[in-house]
Design a protein around this ligand. Structure first.
Ligand SMILES: [Zn+2]
Ligand SMILES: [Zn+2]
Length: 356
């Protein structure tokens, strides 16, 4: 397709981003071109926007930010078979080699040759994005594109919660940013017995409550270890979903996890975290599971099934909808913590249509 499009560019190696214009991307024979209907701000985008240490090592400006989205396919490459023009798609954002041992044994989510959409390639804060056919996830039609856009981070929450037994278990969700609050909702939807949310930001604790948390704990106001032992007959929780990456929170979690418990870790600490491995891991007989992305594509089918079940209330997850021009407002919200998911619409027409 010929022509120009509006994008949010990470223009330079410094904090911020700019609204800009560029050519609509050309697609290869195995790619599809998608007209973006809604795109949401990820914690990763916030790191890139603020230009933290991780971004400085990983990101090569100038490039188009964003990876969580839904849109309509407007053009397909000559070799594309599974996707048609008019399909509504989202993207699995890990673009993998599809040939290595991990890719061919059901572990493509940890392929060593992974490029990430909107991190290593031009992303979705744009009117159009080109993605490989193999990364396009076909959505049912007639669903609010904002809900479809958040399936990718929702997949992180699902992968974290579902990485082991969960039915009837007590669960602590540590850190209630957007993925944390989704983890609360997922744990409730799949019948965890008691979900305890731990978060320092009161706005997010309130969201966790709305999404079904049975107990909410602000560790700045009370001791999470004492409170959780109280809530679990002195045994601790069966499952910890670690979404914070906070060193103190991780150490505390290892104290209130039950003997033989499971800790699924998605949060990313900014530095090495010293742990009492002997007492808190070995002698407690716990399992620690690192969660990288979403299983391809097992997690996506779980997400689809959960959405279709009607047991997940996505309404409360999306707290703000903005035209893409107001991306700065979105990033300010993310920095304040006073938000769940923030959704951007590339055009005024899309914003007017879906901002209800
Ligand atoms: Zn994301
Ligand atoms: Zn691979």
């Amino acid at each position: 397709m010929e022509g120009k499009m509006k994008v949010v560019m990470k223009q330079e190696a410094k904090a911020g981003a700019v609204l800009s214009e560029m050519d609509i991307p050309k697609i290869g024979p195995k790619d599809v071109l998608v007209k973006v209907m809604a795109t949401s701000i990820c914690g990763t985008d916030a790191h890139i926007y603020s230009w933290d240490a991780w971004s400085q090592n990983r990101i090569k400006p100038p490039y188009v930010m964003g990876h969580e989205f839904a849109g309509e396919v407007v053009e397909i490459g000559a070799d594309v078979k599974s996707i048609q023009v008019g399909d509504i798609v989202s993207a699995e954002t890990h673009i993998v080699c599809n040939t290595c041992e991990l890719c061919t044994t059901g572990k493509a989510h940890i392929c060593k040759d992974t490029a990430i959409l909107g991190v290593d390639t031009n992303g979705t804060y744009a009117e159009y994005v080109a993605i490989p056919e193999t990364n396009a996830w076909k959505n049912p039609k007639g669903i609010d594109p904002a809900y479809l856009a958040v399936q990718e981070p929702l997949g992180n929450a699902v992968h974290t919660i579902m990485s082991g037994d969960i039915i009837g278990k007590t669960v602590a969700v540590v850190g209630c940013g957007p993925i944390g609050i989704m983890a609360v909702a997922v744990a409730k939807a799949v019948s965890a017995s008691k979900v305890i949310a731990i978060e320092v930001n009161e706005y997010r604790l309130e969201l966790a409550k709305q999404l079904g948390a049975d107990v909410v704990i602000n560790p700045m106001k009370e001791d999470p270890i004492a409170r959780i032992l109280e809530e679990t007959e002195g045994l601790g929780v069966d499952v910890v979903a670690e979404m914070s990456g906070n060193a103190i929170a991780i150490k505390q979690a290892l104290k209130y996890i039950k003997l033989g418990g499971r800790m699924a870790m998605l949060g990313i600490p900014t530095a090495e975290v010293p742990l009492d491995i002997a007492n808190d891991i070995v002698f407690k007989g716990i399992t620690i599971h690192g969660i990288a992305g979403r299983k391809m594509y097992e997690t996506w089918y779980q997400v689809k099934g959960l959405i279709e079940s009607g047991n997940l209330n996505l309404d409360a997850i999306i707290t703000h909808r903005l035209p893409m021009e107001e991306f700065e407002k979105g990033f300010d919200l993310m920095a304040s913590g006073d938000c769940g998911k923030v959704v951007l619409y590339p055009t005024k027409e899309l914003f007017d249509t879906y901002n209800k």
